[in-house]
Design a protein around this ligand. Structure first.
Ligand code: PHE
Ligand code: CA
Ligand code: ZN
Ligand code: ZN
Ligand code: ZN
Length: 277
């Protein structure tokens, strides 16, 4: 897999920050900054040759949107999907939560296009609305699939917070095969990983897991505090949260650890390449 330039991921985060700044400071479900975020990503994906769809749903009388992008080709009966929620909370611009995962999978998708990848399995990417209201968009997507289509997923990989400023390196342990793809890659980089426990069931992978689809993913930590042992392994500040700006107005472009963002985006690329080959 290619090395994804972190500069490109950061440029996307700058765009999402600008969108929030121009729209009342957030990119939340039902707010104009959310739809502007969808439009920004869709423009890049369309230009790169993806087939995109905006799926509308209604939540509490407010219109929400999922963005789904298919890379043409590959065996659709074995679809490898990567996803991230694109909405923020009302309180802030949501750059680590979850501009980071959204921009990370966007740049991996664009790298697929740039490489003109011809994977054996089909590749799909998704950006979910209204995760912060209880995984509403991803639930809607999974429930909208026919049973026969739900059976076509090889895997679903979820990325919700991958650039936390005091980062940890957590790998979802829901499925051993998917867990191993990530763990082995971090081992080659001499980066210690731990099993993800803070977020169990708290992000969009739950929608897929509940439907019987194998799920995996990465997480760099939210409001749990880094232990002394974790600080020894990963650096950063013991006794401080992984993300002290979690769900706050200070979750801006300053609230990102560039090395974590870089490493985790490269890990996503590795998994997408390996799982689809
Ligand atoms: N889903 C949580 C949120 O968006 C964050 C989270 C993700 C927590 C993954 C744990 C694991 O606020
Ligand atoms: Ca990189
Ligand atoms: Zn609803
Ligand atoms: Zn959140
Ligand atoms: Zn989140």
């Amino acid at each position: 897999a290619p090395d994804i330039p972190v500069s490109a991921v950061k440029a996307d985060l700058d765009q999402l920050q600008s969108i929030a700044d121009a729209n009342g400071g957030n990119r939340a479900h039902g707010q104009p900054g959310y739809k502007a975020s969808v439009d920004y990503l869709k423009g890049k994906l369309d230009e790169a040759g993806f087939t995109t769809q905006v799926q509308e749903f209604d939540h509490n009388g407010t219109k929400g949107y999922n963005l789904v992008a298919d890379w043409p080709g590959g065996d659709e009966s074995k679809t490898v999907m990567s996803g991230a929620h694109l909405d923020s909370v009302d309180e802030g611009p949501g750059i680590n939560d979850n501009g980071s995962g959204s921009a990370g999978i966007l740049e991996v998708a664009l790298a697929v296009a740039k490489a003109d990848l011809k994977p054996a399995k089909h590749l799909r990417f998704g950006w979910w609305g209204a995760e912060e209201y209880g995984m509403v968009g991803s639930q809607h997507y999974v429930s909208s699939l026919a049973d026969a289509d739900r059976a076509k997923f090889d895997s679903y990989l979820n990325f919700d917070m991958i650039g936390s400023p005091n980062p940890g390196y957590f790998v979802y342990d829901d499925d051993p095969r998917l867990e191993k793809v990530f763990k082995d890659w971090y081992a080659t980089k001499n980066i210690a990983t731990e099993i993800e426990t803070e977020g169990d069931g708290r992000s969009d992978h739950a929608s897929f897991k509940d439907a019987g689809i194998p799920v995996g993913g990465l997480f760099s930590g939210a409001d749990y505090k880094k232990t002394a042992e974790q600080a020894k392994n990963w650096g950063g500040t013991e006794g401080e949260p992984f993300d002290a700006c979690y769900h706050q107005s200070c979750d801006t472009v300053k609230n990102i650890d560039e090395k974590a963002l870089d490493t985790n985006t490269d890990a996503i690329a590795h998994a997408v390449w390996e799982l689809s080959s």
